[in-house]
Design a binder for this molecule. Structure first.
Ligand code: SAM
Ligand code: SF4
Length: 467
């Protein structure tokens, strides 16, 4: 049996610094060689990623974006998977200087939702059309202890509104020990998501001032423990703006390499949060290594080339315009209509004095759906892989030969049609139906054969049909 690493020795700053110091701007020929290699969809090495981070030439950047777009389309088709965060508590024992939830922030209104309040938030998300939620909490448990978390997950799964329900609960929570990870697995979580914030140890020490989160190694080895506990899908990320983004991206590559070498499978998803303004945080108002929009888009495109089969998530931290640009170069999952204060869906606008950070995209789910449809993407509310046990290596086996298009695209259309039938207003409905008929025309015979019967089932009132 593989046991979890205790020290994050797999992050090797020496290797990264050597790559960054040694790297001069690559020749056109070298860049084009790398883009051609990426198109084979076997990923890129750290050295190759380092090389692409140095590309500045507008013509080469345009080629990089086109390559990222074609890889995304080849693997994911036109799909964009939707989810919403569900904040259950903003109480926290840690002191992360960039976050409004930090323990000593007396300006924040503290709230831990009751199970009934969690059910109410869930009902609102279901009525908006969501099928996936990401449970988020600060790092301080109420007196009931960890059971509060597992009860909250059970409450979300047990909540129904007519035919609507949440079918996949992912979590973004503090790192746990193996036994608690087993409890999360038993509770039926999909992905365990955790952001390292920064892989640069001195910066990590300078922004985490108090509490368990000060322990860099405990956090960086959390996925090892999660995998040891049987959680196959882990979601990696870090908070961009704390340290040099090139160093961070290469560290993420080392972390991915470690998981692949140790467990035979890398992360299920990558997230790219940039620091947003947060109540009571001067750091968040002026991040020390703010990542420009141009570098942000470039980084996402490079990661699409580096790990072609890994889901990539874009939250509502970003505004609509930046989000649109990231969809084109590799993002495959997006949140919509989000609130970052516990109880924020019921309270309507969300309370800035209870929120974790300021949002960049304030549109409703329906507005985001209409926007992505107008751009030619298919909103997907699919959760089939998880429920059929296609996680971890099984998911990758399905994904790698490109077979995914025979499962995911049909499921995307059937769940989008569910959304249109049950939750969409007339404008989104007309646009959505038009998109479905265009998508059907683009399908091959095998895809149409599995999709059409499912669409008919949904139109007849059946729900939760998938292949
Ligand atoms: N408390 C747990 C933790 O820190 O891992 C889990 C939830 S925490 C609320 C989720 C994530 O929010 C953090 O990992 C961090 O990356 C992100 N975050 C914190 N402050 C932020 C800010 N000002 N802007 C954008 N994201 C932020
Ligand atoms: Fe607490 Fe997480 Fe915010 Fe840090 S990032 S203060 S651990 S909620």
């Amino acid at each position: 049996m593989i046991t979890a690493a205790e020290r994050a020795d797999f992050i090797e700053p020496g290797e990264i610094e050597a790559l960054l110091k040694g790297g001069s701007r690559p020749s056109r020929m070298r860049v084009r060689e790398l883009l051609a290699k990426a198109k084979e969809m076997h990923g890129l090495s750290m050295e190759e990623v380092a090389c692409l981070t140095l590309v500045e030439d507008p013509e080469l950047l345009a080629e990089l974006f086109l390559t990222a777009k074609s890889i995304k389309e080849e693997i994911y088709g036109s799909r964009l998977v939707f989810f919403a965060p569900l904040y259950i508590s903003n109480r926290c024992a840690n002191e992360c200087t960039y976050c409004a939830f930090r323990a000593t922030n007396s300006g924040l209104k503290r709230r831990t939702l009751t199970q009934e309040e969690i059910a109410e938030e869930t009902r609102i998300l279901i009525r908006q059309g969501h099928k996936r939620v990401l449970v988020v909490a600060g790092e301080a448990l109420p007196p009931r202890g960890f059971e509060y978390i597992t009860d909250s997950i059970a409450t979300i799964y047990a909540t129904h509104v007519g035919p609507g329900e949440i079918r996949r609960v992912n979590v973004n929570l503090a790192p746990q020990n193996v036994d608690r990870f087993k409890l999360l697995k038993q509770a039926g979580i999909g992905t365990f998501q955790l952001f390292q914030e920064t892989y640069h140890r001195p910066t990590y020490a300078s922004v985490h001032l108090k509490g368990k989160k000060r322990d860099y190694d405990w956090r960086a080895t959390a996925f090892d423990r999660a995998m040891e506990a049987g959680i196959d899908d882990v979601g990696m990320g870090l908070l961009f703006g704390l340290y040099d983004w090139r160093f961070e991206v290469l560290s993420m590559m080392q972390h991915i390499r470690h998981l692949e070498e140790t467990f035979g499978v890398g992360p299920h998803t990558l997230s790219f949060p940039r620091i947003e303004p947060a109540v009571g945080s001067t750091l968040a108002d002026a991040p020390p290594h703010a990542v420009s929009d141009a570098d942000f888009i470039k980084m996402i495109a490079i990661m699409r080339l580096a790990v072609p089969y890994t889901g990539m998530i874009m939250s509502t931290r970003e505004g609509a315009d930046v989000r649109r640009q990231t969809f084109a170069v590799g993002i495959s999952q997006i949140s919509a209509g989000s609130r970052t204060d516990p109880g924020g869906y019921k309270d309507g606008e969300g309370d800035p004095n209870g929120s974790q950070f300021q949002l960049g995209d304030h549109r409703t789910v329906e507005e985001v759906v209409a926007d992505v449809v107008s751009l030619g993407y298919t909103p997907s509310f699919c959760t089939a892989c998880y429920r059929l046990g296609r996680t971890g290596q099984d998911f990758m086996d399905l994904a790698k030969p490109g077979e995914i298009k025979y499962h995911c695209q049909p499921n995307a259309l059937s769940t989008f049609l569910e959304y249109l039938c049950d939750y969409a207003g007339p404008v989104a409905k007309t646009a959505g139906e038009k998109l479905i008929s265009i998508e059907l025309q683009h399908m091959d015979g095998q895809q149409t054969a599995s999709t059409l019967p499912m669409l008919n089932q949904v139109r007849r009132g059946e729900r939760d049909v998938f292949v």
